[in-house]
Ligand binder design. Structure first.
Ligand code: USQ
Length: 383
């Protein structure tokens, strides 16, 4: 299949590109380096900063990988999108091209506006480009489990049947996000659902939880040049990756508040597996398929304890600190989301293992001189 990956330079975009190319697809990646630019502006560069997309595509080719085509440009600009789609006419489009950080979206008005305009603008351009240049192609959109929030009822996969005053209908599952970033993902879902109804689009919206890890089978062929970036700062780092870096740096693991915040987590290798399965098995035209993309749930306390146990075995102190929560979120709550759709499509999940945590610790140790402690706590407060 001809697959376009929007946001192909990112933590998930580049590993997805290699994985799909390895499965035999013709892959084109596109990015405007927004995350790199924002990280540089805020002085929160990742632990390992990989080469740019053109250099990575060349390194992948040197390793014998099927060529990955690169286009650099801003998908929020219609002129660029028009040219790209007219030329590429993709059969599947994987949409990662969004400002991905909840704390960034809560920094100030400017960051909020950038998040809102970029995320919704790119989604709208994508929808119009598909309608105009490749109707019938499959949009694979990265949403987030955070769209649902933490309701006091079981979370379904996207939809819920409601009985009301003797009548019954199916609706999008109620959503209540905990940051502006997460709210833009809800708005994306609404946009997609509207255009699925009016233009018969074929869409999969993936409600993904926080991802951890850096290694994939493909990146292992040349870890220095093919691995994705590993962020550990408060803005772009996800919690498990942060805890591993904190353990290596000898900084107490920062549990926000009581640490009962529970989310559905997955290994980077499972993200790329899910995307391949979804791309290869599209839904019918006129269908908005929503799948919950995570493997297992943990509280932040559980994660800190898992990292602490393994780190101590490796001779690190790995203290844990309960710090005041900079976010507005429930710290103790019910959490029971469904996640059978991806298993039905063939997902073979990797569970979080002590070995996996140990491998991450060893990798971070090799780069420990690059850890900048001032990046770990930035105190971006929701209030
Ligand atoms: N947390 C801590 N200590 C830290 C960092 C985070 O206790 O040092 C807590 C947060 O308060 C939160 C949980 O850990 O309760 C997860 O935080 P996170 O930073 O790993 O994830 P989040 O901000 O929710 O966002 C990440 C990705 C985002 C994706 C989302 C999936 O950055 O792109 O959409 O995970 S989900 O969380 O399911 O919405």
């Amino acid at each position: 299949m001809r697959v376009l990956i929007m946001g192909g330079d990112g933590y998930l975009g580049w590993p997805t590109a290699m994985h799909l190319a390895d499965a035999g697809h013709d892959v084109l990646v596109c990015d405007n380096y927004l995350r790199r630019t924002l990280a540089r502006q805020l002085d929160v560069e990742p632990l390992v900063d990989p080469p740019n997309l053109v250099q990575r595509a060349a390194a992948w080719r040197e390793q014998g990988g099927k060529p990955i085509e690169v286009a650099i440009g801003d998908l929020a600009e219609w002129g660029f999108v028009e040219d790209l789609f007219a030329r590429a006419t993709p059969q599947a489009i994987v949409h990662y091209a969004e400002q991905p950080s909840a704390p960034y979206s809560m920094l100030d008005r400017r960051a909020a506006a950038l998040t809102l305009h970029n995320n919704l603008g790119v989604t709208l351009n994508l929808i119009h480009a598909v309608h105009r240049f490749c109707p019938g192609s499959h949009i694979v959109k990265l949403g987030t489990m955070g769209e649902y929030g933490t309701p006091n009822i079981d979370i379904e996969e996207g939809w819920i049947d409601v009985d009301h005053k003797g009548r019954r209908d199916r609706f999008l599952f109620p959503r209540q996000a905990g940051s502006l970033y997460h709210t833009t993902k809800i708005m994306d879902t609404d946009l997609l659902w509207f255009y699925v109804r009016v233009w018969n689009l074929c869409v999969t919206d993936l409600m993904q939880g926080p991802v951890y890890g850096v290694e994939t089978e493909e990146s292992a062929r040349d870890a220095d040049r093919l691995s994705p970036h590993l962020s550990y700062d408060e803005i772009f780092g996800t919690v498990l990756n942060r805890f591993v870096v904190q353990a290596v740096a000898g900084i107490p693991l920062t549990i926000y508040g009581s640490g009962g915040q529970t989310r559905g987590y997955l290994d980077l290798r499972d993200t790329i597996q899910c995307i391949r399965l979804v791309v290869e098995q599209p839904p019918a035209p006129g269908e908005l398929r929503i799948l919950n993309q995570f493997v297992e749930t943990f509280s932040v306390r559980d994660l800190a304890q898992r990292v602490q146990t393994v780190a101590r075995r490796l001779g690190l102190a790995a203290e844990v600190a309960h710090v005041p929560n900079p976010r507005k979120e429930k710290e103790e709550h019910y959490y029971n989301p469904a996640s059978t759709g991806l298993l039905d499509l063939g997902l073979k999940p990797h569970r979080l293992s002590d070995d996996g945590i140990a491998r991450m610790i060893e990798l971070v140790r090799r780069h420990h001189e690059r850890i900048e402690p001032s990046r770990i706590v930035r105190n971006v407060r929701w209030d």
